[in-house]
Design a protein around this ligand. Structure first.
Ligand code: EPZ
Length: 413
């Protein structure tokens, strides 16, 4: 449980950790080769530990110290991913493409991860089928087979981050070129492309598509993952909701355009320097309207945090969630803290209140948990947040970083 005494403006500087959502596919990319892959700026998160455990279980030797992970070996990958690892985290499903490409067969339990609606993997499977894979689902496990994956053109009905990454990973060892039309363009997907290119499978981006040129074998590489734009955005919102001034060092302003635009609309001062971003807000924010979209649209992962920020704005804000069907799981908890929220279909309405109250609340997933932390930092009293294991999945050293900014926060049993 995390206990927060709110009502204090946060002031100071924190450093952005490496991106969780870039680190996870990069770890899966190491399965594509027995050569050593050295990944730098890897954040210390439960989800990263889970992905490294999965790589180990599949046959890689893994060394992880400070923020560098070295994944080597695995001449023969195991064909079956342990259910308890895949069940814990959805991104584990990205092991399917690499194992299938290396072994010609794979068995993957259906993924778990946050409870964000159905979260199917139909786009992953449809795409891999286009590359020549065959699937059979038995007892919650997907059994895949493919003699040799052959590159082709795959159209995605939705620019799914995971499906795009799955196809780039599988295409890197397929025969010929694989083109994904209507791909996800999130910075984390682009970062995976940089790593695959370094491993010998050139990834090139075009107007409406991305291509990867498959090779029979890939080499090792050294790669530094990009900073975590969602973590950075969360701390900028922590500065804004507490009427303070926060600088996130190492944050990429060009990865945060949508959030920074909304913070400016809300009346905050934003400063985007070369290697850092700062936000300052001295008064109640103005209401703003947010709609989540695939990148470069407003990121769905910052929808719960920005709604927390808007609960004390002047007037009625709206947040339309177009990426995940059920991403308002934090509404009950914020309401208990005094927010005036209503959800109608895919849109949330927030009527700003003067101040939030402390209350005992439970975090249902990573980003909903972040929303509760932000609300607790703004509330005048004490808030106890259970479900902190979700926060540890996505935020490295959250308590330490908040303390650096002057927050009264402690982790209690
Ligand atoms: C990635 O999830 C991120 N996770 C999510 O971050 C992020 O919210 C999401 O992209 C959108 O940006 C990682 O990168 C590990 P999607 P992913 O495939 O790949 C539907 C966090 O907190 N869909 O783009 O699962 C799906 O149901 C996490 O860090 C299908 O219908 O996202 C959803 O509605 C939460 N069929 C939408 O697409 C499929 O085969 C977006 O999913 C795949 C997805």
């Amino acid at each position: 449980m995390i206990r927060i005494e709110g009502g204090r403006p946060l002031r100071g500087t924190v450093r952005a950790a490496g991106s969780k959502n870039a680190a996870l596919p990069a770890i899966m990319a190491s399965l594509l080769t027995p050569e050593p892959v050295v990944l730098e700026n890897i954040p210390h998160l439960l989800d990263v530990e889970c992905a490294l455990d999965l790589a180990r279980a599949l046959g890689k030797s893994v060394a992880w110290e400070n923020s560098t992970a070295v994944l080597a070996g695995g001449k023969e990958l195991a064909g079956e991913a342990p259910a308890e690892l895949v069940g814990r985290m959805r991104a584990s499903f990205l092991a399917l493409g690499p194992v299938l490409a290396r072994r010609g067969e794979a068995a993957m339990p259906l993924p778990g991860g946050c409870a964000l609606g159905p979260r199917p993997v139909d786009l992953h499977l449809a795409g891999l089928r286009r590359l020549g894979a065959e699937f059979e689902v038995r007892g919650g496990t997907i059994f895949a087979r493919a003699r040799r994956l052959r590159g082709t053109t795959v159209y995605l009905d939705f620019p799914s981050v995971g499906a795009t990454e799955q196809l780039l990973l599988a295409g890197a060892l397929a025969q010929g070129e694989t083109t994904v039309v209507n791909p996800a363009r999130e910075p984390e997907v682009v970062d995976l492309g940089v790593l695959l290119t370094r491993m010998g499978a050139p990834v090139t981006w075009h107007e409406d598509r991305v291509t990867v040129r498959g090779r029979p074998e890939l080499g090792g590489a050294r790669h530094r993952v990009i900073p975590d734009r969602i973590e950075a955005g969360t701390y900028l919102l922590a500065g804004a909701i507490t009427r303070g001034e926060v600088t996130v060092e190492g944050a990429r302003p060009d990865h945060l355009d949508a959030l920074l635009a909304k913070l400016l609309d809300a009346g905050a001062e934003v400063e985007a320097a070369e290697g850092s971003v700062s936000v300052r807000l001295r008064r109640r924010p103005e209401a703003v309207h947010v709609q989540t979209l695939p990148y470069p649209g407003f990121p769905t992962d910052l929808q719960p945090p920005i709604v927390a920020f808007l609960t004390t704005a002047q007037g009625r804000s709206t947040a339309r969630e177009t990426v995940f069907p059920a991403r308002f799981s934090y509404v009950a908890a914020l309401t208990r803290m005094g927010a005036q929220l209503q959800v109608s279909g895919d849109t949330l309405f927030a009527d700003g209140v003067e101040a939030l109250r402390g209350a005992p609340v439970e975090a249902p997933d990573i980003r909903a948990g972040a929303a509760l932390v932000l609300a607790a930092l703004a509330a005048e009293e004490t808030t106890e947040i259970r479900g902190e294991e979700h926060l540890a999945r996505g935020y490295e050293d959250l308590v330490g970083k908040l303390r650096t900014l002057g927050a009264e926060v402690c982790a209690a049993p």
